[in-house]
Write a protein that binds this ligand. Sequence first.
Ligand SMILES: Cc1ncc(C[n+]2csc(CCOP(=O)(O)OP(=O)(O)O)c2C)c(N)n1
Ligand SMILES: [Mg+2]
Length: 400
Amino acid sequence: MTVESTAARTQRRSAASGKAGTSRGRTAAKKTAQAADSAPAEPQLVQLLTPEGQRVSNPEYDGYVASITPDELRGLYRDMVLTRRFDAEATALQRQGELGLWASLLGQEAAQIGSGRALNDEDYVFPTYREHGVAWCRGVDPANLLGMFRGVNHGGWDPNSNNFHLYTIVIGSQALHATGYAMGVAKDGAESAVIAYFGDGASSQGDVAEAFTFSAVYNAPVVFFCQNNQWAISEPTHRQTRVPLYQRAQGYGFPGVRVDGNDVLACLAVTKQALERARRGEGPTLVEAFTYRMGAHTTSDDPTRYRGDDERAAWEAKDPIARLRAYLLAETDTNEGFFEELETESEALGKRVREAVRSMPEPDKFAIFENAYADGHALVDEERAQFAAYQASFSDGEGV
Ligand SMILES: Cc1ncc(C[n+]2csc(CCOP(=O)(O)OP(=O)(O)O)c2C)c(N)n1
Ligand SMILES: [Mg+2]
């Protein structure tokens, strides 16, 4: 018997007997609250590399990574290390006042690099605001990701140059954009696929539910890649759902799979399978990458207010980079020189990004009033005039 069915029946009984205010009703309500507060037992997930870096066999997914070479494995490792280095640099830049905000992906490198490297060039990506590793795989210059976080532009890259849409902060909305785009891809008769990234918290949004419905009935070639990093700011996943997230797909009529989100090989294999299904015209798949947000939600958040250090320590033992390093050292001809060169490359990347951010041009202060209406608007004119007066009120005439 599941937690869900027990709680649902308890609620129905209270409502039917009209005893919501009685002690029996209160007990039932208390039990329901307790059920929502406790995490259910977790099901198995697809894993090809254990946290210790041992390769384990999975007959369904082995074939997707069977031909991977040591060089390609080192490539995945390099992607993860450079992404983590870039992310650390961005966090530091925010702390130095160079960025207004940063949303770190620390801990989610395998989920993003594994899925990002599963994509073909023609496939199209709809990210959240945290997909820095996927952006890296698509060839978007990391420095370009920082303009919005510095507040000097609205995105900083042309989505169609790399088939990587602009970051989306409205939680879950890109699942609908991806679905609509995928329906268009199918109508065009193209053989590419679309992937929508979102978080565990986004799975509670109506937009995601609508995207699941539409993509299912239209058989749209879209992969829903949910990074379950256990938290939606301070809200734990188990308070958002009574079933493991990947099982939601079943109700919409398409497959769902839970993968070890800290295992880059498993993420690669599972995403490849889902993309191939989509390209074959077999419709959507929900991938739930079970991972952990090791840092704060953003630099504006303080996770010590709502979670303990022991939780992070448990996930550090499952670090995605450490396990691939262990595998490379034990099972391939990778030598220390590779890691040393990568360290040098990481530092150079950090330096380049730092310099690029500091030299980003200041935007025209009045640009915000342009492009709202093709022919102008009296209200916008009034606001522009007010803003100009405000700027002129500073003694040096330079504004803020
Ligand atoms: C529609 C909407 N509601 C609320 C917010 C505020 N908000 C920003 S991030 C966030 C939590 C998202 O959690 P999750 O989907 O798990 O993604 P994560 O940040 O953990 O990667 C919320 C509620 C928002 N940006 N958009
Ligand atoms: Mg989350």
